[in-house]
Design a binder for this molecule. Structure first.
Ligand SMILES: Nc1ncnc2c1ncn2[C@@H]1O[C@H](COP(=O)(O)OP(=O)(O)O)[C@@H](O)[C@H]1O
Ligand SMILES: [Mg+2]
Length: 425
């Protein structure tokens, strides 16, 4: 046990990054497909490496918040009518770490916190679905290092890793939209006018007011300010100076409503969102949501945008504001982490599952032997001596002997928050 503990510490697992407040969320997140062995808690062990069950299984890593139970959505799904079972492992970026090797691919660690114990599960993903933004609010929530690791190990992913990487900076995406508008024309592709400032220093020329200032890369209404006069604009420029990032400005469009056109695989939907609170941002506060007809014009917008960055945008949406004069203004494109709306959420999640099954079937044809090793938890050089174990877990934060009956390690949490590494046969 000590051996494993030392190995993993030197292997770079960030022990200070544990988030013990996620207990309840985690217990529901790590359930498995129907084909896997389950215990009383709904947790499962990976089958032994090389066993028939492991050969028949493909591991799908879903990077998403625990609010959506992807194991449930994929329950009963198989590839090629039963050639492979799909086993879902789910974690947020913040609970995930990995190591990638040029010869043997990517080994992922995810943290599970259960009954006072942090358990780390290790596995080699065969496919990844990313449903969380690779960048959140502020510099701490930047997971591009994880993205690099998945690319390094050549792990197939939806959306494509190239597109997700390119979507990590909003002005970089907007630059592509400008090119699209140049090709398609202003009427066909009515993009809002924008100015870009790499830092606060050039934020001198006061634009026509009111203006919307968008600071840095953030979603969900964060970093967006509506500015009504040059004094406030200077104030915002001073905040941009502190935030040490770029900013964009665009005219404030007094809108009737927003429209959102989404595409999942080859399925399209359009929504109209009308704010009923006082907030000028319709994505914060209360709004009325209505599904509307998808016109050829809307379809063309999403089709064109889905071809950006090599066309790996299987999940995406275009957002536009409809002005009081009924003119439309495209304001942004969202990618793989786009929010699903409640009424159609279940159906859309099923469509995402269909899309993933289709992609995985292409990646893993029925007759060929799998190109990536699956099933065994640990295969790296440093774990060779541990291969006789069916399943290996590192347990952080407990000290007593783990109980094998649960399938996952379980220990009492030590008062001083000590470190423990456990192995379960
Ligand atoms: N130029 C604008 N004029 C009026 N409202 C805007 C403008 N830009 C954004 N908004 C409002 O703010 C919301 C958030 O802006 P958006 O650019 O979509 O950023 P994000 O969704 O990434 O936070 C939009 O849904 C829209 O309601
Ligand atoms: Mg938006």
């Amino acid at each position: 046990m000590e051996f494993l503990q030392k190995l993993k510490i030197s292997g770079g697992v960030n022990l200070s990054n544990l988030r013990p407040s996620r207990d309840n969320e985690r217990t529901t997140s790590f359930s498995s497909t129907a084909s896997s062995k389950t215990d009383s808690k709904g947790d499962v062990s990976l089958p032994p490496r090389g066993s028939p069950a492991a050969k028949k299984m493909k591991i799908l890593l879903v990077i998403d918040s625990p609010d959506t139970d992807w194991a449930k959505i994929f329950k009963g799904r198989q590839l090629h009518g039963g050639t492979y079972d799909i086993r879902v492992e789910q974690a947020e970026f913040g609970d995930l770490n990995l190591a990638s090797y040029s010869d043997s691919g990517t080994m992922v660690d995810i943290q599970v916190y259960r009954e006072g114990t942090v358990v780390v599960r290790s596995f080699r993903p065969d496919f990844v679905l990313i449903r969380q933004s690779v960048r959140g609010i502020g510099p701490k929530e930047d997971y591009r290092n994880i993205l690099l690791g998945l690319q390094f190990g050549n792990v197939p992913c939806v959306n494509s890793l190239t597109s997700i990487y390119n979507f990590a900076e909003k002005p970089w995406v907007f630059a592509q939209l400008i090119q699209l508008q140049k090709r398609l024309g202003k009427d066909a592709f009515p993009l809002v006018e924008q100015a870009y400032y790499p830092n606060y220093k050039e934020m001198l020329i006061t634009p026509k007011f009111p203006v919307v200032v968008k600071v840095g890369h953030a979603n969900g209404g964060y970093g967006k300010v509506c500015v009504h006069n040059h004094r406030s604009f200077q104030d915002i420029a001073s905040i941009v100076a502190l935030s040490d990032t770029y900013a964009t400005t665009e005219p404030f469009i007094p809108g009737k409503c927003d429209v959102r056109i989404q595409k999942i695989g080859t399925h399209y939907r359009a929504f109209k969102r009308t704010s009923i609170s006082d907030n000028w941002k319709t994505n914060t506060g209360s709004a009325v949501l209505e599904e509307i007809e998808i016109t050829d014009r809307y379809k063309m917008w999403v089709d064109e945008c889905s071809q950006l960055f090599g066309g790996g945008l299987d999940i995406m949406c275009v957002e536009a504001i409809v002005g009081k004069d009924n003119k439309e203004y495209i304001i942004e494109v969202n990618d793989t982490a786009m929010r699903l709306f409640s009424d159609t959420q279940d159906e859309d999640q099923r469509r995402i599952a269909d899309l993933i099954v289709e992609k995985m079937e292409k990646q893993y044809p029925p007759k060929l032997e799998p190109s990536t090793a699956t099933g065994a938890a640990l295969t790296g050089n440093c774990y060779k001596s541990l291969q006789s174990f069916q399943c290996a877990f590192k347990v952080l934060g407990g000290s007593s002997t783990p109980s094998a009956s649960e399938g996952a390690t379980k220990t009492e949490k030590k008062k001083n928050g000590g470190l423990f590494s456990g192995l379960i046969e």
